[in-house]
Design a protein around this ligand. Structure first.
Ligand SMILES: [Zn+2]
Length: 238
């Protein structure tokens, strides 16, 4: 397993040692992250198990749902979260918009998943070569409501920090845009702030590689990104 991930898990567990209740909650968040990343490993190595797709599963979850994670990602047809994380019905609460952009309706959807369905992890997943980000970088006249998406990307503080002459501008803006969504969620949602303050929620960003199908966690290695919004990272910066 990736070194940073092991370190992240250890940090989570260390933090959680203070109380049993906190341990149980941190375990749930760590387990959720493991489930996603392990599923992605299976997908990458073409060992997908396609869990929770049976008619039995359909019946099992017909009356209620308990998704273990919220995934926020782009509407791009190549980044379907149930497939790239090898999960099934009832496992993920998914919010998708072009460029994984969040407005009130999307944040409300996430609030519902966290406060009503008890999802303990929000995973914001950007992806390589994102068309929405590309449109922002290329600029020019953009028609219709597509312009709202592109203009929103341009207003993000994290994106504005990326130099115009950055040799890897597309990649860095994709990352910054995903990290922005993490911060935006906590900043704009008092409901999520409360859950977060109780250590019942982890918010993480990652990026999906179109070439290799791999999801890589973001932010841990780049202090300039000021990425304080996971409990694990909060511990890391103490
Ligand atoms: Zn995209």
């Amino acid at each position: 397993m990736h070194k940073k991930l092991i370190w992240l898990i250890v940090a989570t567990l260390f933090m959680a040692c203070n109380a049993n209740k906190a341990t149980v909650e941190a375990d749930a968040q760590t387990d959720a992250l493991y489930r996603l990343l392990d599923g992605n490993q299976r997908f990458v190595h073409q060992q997908a198990r396609h869990p929770d797709e049976s008619m039995g599963r359909v019946h099992e979850i017909a009356s209620s749902q308990h998704p273990f994670a919220v995934v926020v990602c782009c509407s791009d047809s190549r980044v379907a979260p149930e497939i790239v994380f090898d999960q099934g019905l009832g496992d993920l609460f998914v919010v998708r918009t072009a460029g994984n952009m969040l407005s009130g309706i999307e944040i409300g959807s996430i609030e519902y998943a966290v406060t009503h369905l008890q999802a303990s992890l929000v995973f914001v997943m950007g992806h390589e070569n994102c068309g929405a980000v590309k449109a922002f970088i290329e600029g020019g006249d953009i028609p219709g409501h597509i312009k709202e998406i592109v203009d929103s990307i341009g207003r993000e503080d994290e994106v504005r920090k990326i130099a115009l002459n950055d040799a890897h501008r597309l990649e860095h803006v994709v990352n910054a845009n995903a990290l922005h969504a993490c911060r935006q969620l906590i900043r704009q949602s008092p409901l999520l702030q409360n859950v977060f303050a109780e250590n019942k929620l982890t918010v993480v960003a990652g990026v999906y590689g179109l070439q290799n199908g791999k999801v890589t966690l973001l932010g841990m290695e780049d202090e300039k990104m000021d990425y304080p919004l996971t409990q694990t990272n909060r511990v890391a910066h103490q």
